[in-house]
Write a protein that binds this ligand. Sequence first.
Ligand code: NAP
Length: 500
Amino acid sequence: MADSIRALVEGTEVATRPLSVAILGAGAAGLCMAIKLQKAGIGDFTIFEKAASVGGTWRDNTYPGSGCDVPSMLYSYSFEPKADWSRKFAPQPEIVEYFEGVARKYGLLPHIRFNTEIAEARFDEAAGLWRLRSASGEEFTANVLISGVGQLNRPAYPKIEGLGDFKGQAFHSARWDHSVDLAGKRVGVVGNGASAIQFVPEIAPKVGHLTIFQRTPNWCVPKPDRPFKPWEKRLYAAVPALARLQRWWTYLMLERNYLAFVQGSFFGKLFERAARKEMEAHISDPELRRKLTPDYPAGCKRILLTNDWYPALARPNVSVETSRIAKVTGNAVETEDGVAHPVDVLIYATGFESTDFLAPMKVTGRGNADLNTVWARGAEAHRGVAVAGFPNFFMLYGPNTNLGHNSIIFMIECQANYIAQCVEALANSRLRYLDVKPEAMESYNRELQQDMQKTVWAAGCSSWYKTADGKVTNNWSSFTARYWWELRHPDFAEYALVGG
Ligand code: NAP
């Protein structure tokens, strides 16, 4: 790697120089990046974290039943396996505990500035420095800026007439208000995505009545979950190769599932068949079945893995309302069919501001370019990690890197490896900055969007994977193995290398 950059920076004297790195966010991505920098010998890094602890979206999503729908053997770093996951799909507290343990083990805590939200980042081209300002006005500098804020960090609140007039209690699923006692209450849940399907079965037995305001039904398939037996945990601990084998097997099985996301594929039909069978096993009311059957191909929105969603919907104290919400009044949700549904508590399970990526942070690159303006027609990046005109700036879990079929931790590791090599190249040269060439980024994205047209994500449904205009800005378009292959080493010919 150092050789390839040497060859490109002709006549440049190569010498290691001190280099500082700012990482934004101490979630799965930020922590992984810090460890990869440590391994590359880059010790001067600071992680800026807006909250008081690590774990990112896993720290924030404390709703009842919160957990991962990707098997934990794979939803963990390849370099930090855990032999004793309690079950195949770990619950949220165990996932947070895992990331906290990783942060401690790798000595990352002294590198983290907690309660520090970066509000502005401006590239000073002459100095080759990112100048950062926190929300409370503190200033910092770094040679390299790496965002690990991801796609699912800011809750999206619905825009519904009268929400402000509601007199009951209301909160978002990603900011669960544990002080609200739901026992015996009339609860309204707006939305029925991956979050709602996890907490509704938990709260349904406690509440008086629960009304789910569903806009679009989802394809739901059984989740092959179970606790690990004590002997399995002992075996994985004693024979780490077995745990690795299990991880690889899980990876291959999930990777195969990508085939289901190609439009019109036979494998997609298998998911739909499994989902119908699951629904028919639990829902006997033909009208409810009709309401719950999607009219778009499986995978266009995230396929949901659950064993208790349909049984919860079949409960006598749960109803699914499909007439759209017209407005909210002091004590009820009124639907477009003119019915008022009285509610004491309103829970917004309405997802995240996923297509805004780094907003509301203001990121200013060369020539005063504003990242949010550059992305006004939909975010894009080179290989999901770099943006032309924003030198020495990299992203983890950036545009077009989300998945519908495999573990995002795998993608984050690919990105962290790639970015660490870029940072190493900067440290080992007298380059002031690396800036991806606009033409490289443009051709990469043209091909990616062409590829995307073959996938169900581009099919006719709305989802958090795409902008209001229909551009898929969030998902990777192919197998993760292809992504790994493309990112295993940076091609520095794709970058403008600016010395001095
Ligand atoms: P989501 O999948 O974006 O679902 C949001 C829900 O709210 C949808 O049902 C949406 O309806 C509805 N909605 C939004 N605005 C509305 C409005 N104004 N009126 C009525 N309904 C409205 O959000 P999420 O469930 O929080 O999940 C987001 C992502 O987080 C997941 O896809 C997943 O990647 C991640 N997540 C992962 C896990 C896991 O197990 N790994 C668990 C939870 C979340 P429409 O469908 O009609 O838009």
